[in-house]
Design a protein around this ligand. Structure first.
Ligand SMILES: [Zn+2]
Length: 255
């Protein structure tokens, strides 16, 4: 546990590059530390940009700096996509919408929460989760949702971005598969902090469901696994994810 906290602190404290290239026209933009909280940018041939996740409420300047590092300005951003509406992913959305004029897409099961500025329920099976649910901390600046996503949608982003619904961490949580470059963005379905691991249990509305739905991430085809928390895996990514899931006996079958 101590080691874990130190690793998080280190990832959070270290400043890194404002934008890291994952594949042609696909970038990771850290908003806290080197990779503690990540957003992503997809650049289109016409110069337009889709930003995935917006970090916490003060993250917008880091995203704008990341965009500047790849030669893009806020005016280039046409779409924003949220993997889910926890405040470290949706907290900066309103500010980024104001800076860019972009529209926002989120899974249908979290659209109302996004528009109300409320985060999904934390894990009621844990003391920490119950405490968080009682505090008024689960709020962020609301954003209007232009598109409600569902599992299997393939968005016209970077030539094809597939929505993979991975509920559990939150009801409308999605992972994203960029088919042309074989980059998977797990979102918070899996973390890569000191290795591939589960998201922190207290933040998962339904931890058992988180574990059950993660099995799809072992079945998709990709070469790079990118995480909203932690650095990407570029070497043997699919095997590393599959090894983790098999070690955890994640089969997708009801147990
Ligand atoms: Zn989350």
């Amino acid at each position: 546990m101590i080691v874990e906290i130190l690793a998080w602190a280190t990832l959070g404290a270290m400043a890194g590059s404002p934008a890291i290239q994952l594949a042609p026209n696909v970038w990771r933009i850290p908003t806290v530390g080197r990779s503690l909280i990540n957003s992503f940018a997809f650049v289109e041939p016409d110069g337009g940009v889709t930003v995935v996740d917006c970090g916490e409420s003060r993250a917008s300047p880091r995203i704008v700096a990341g965009l500047a590092a790849i030669g893009k300005s806020p005016a280039d951003v046409t779409h924003i996509l949220l993997t889910h509406v926890h405040s470290d992913h949706a907290g900066g959305a309103s500010a980024l919408v104001q800076a860019t004029g972009a529209d926002v897409a989120v899974h249908a099961d979290e659209a109302e929460l996004a528009e109300a500025g409320r985060t999904p329920t934390m894990n009621p099976a844990t003391l920490g989760g119950r405490l968080l649910n009682r505090l008024a901390s689960g709020r962020f600046e609301p954003v209007a949702v232009a598109r409600r996503l569902v599992d299997g949608d393939v968005l016209d982003v970077g030539g094809g971005l597939r929505i993979v619904h991975t509920p559990g961490h939150s009801p409308g949580h999605v992972s994203l598969l960029h088919e042309p470059t074989r980059v998977l963005i797990t979102g918070d379905a899996l973390f890569n902090v000191l290795g591939v691991r589960w998201p922190l249990r207290i933040f998962c509305g339904d931890f058992a469901l988180t574990q059950r739905t993660a099995h799809v991430l072992g079945e998709l085809e990709y070469d790079v696994a990118a995480f909203t928390h932690g650095p990407e895996i570029t070497d043997g990514a699919r095997e590393r994810v599959r090894r983790f899931l098999s070690r955890e006996r994640v089969t997708g079958r009801d147990q």
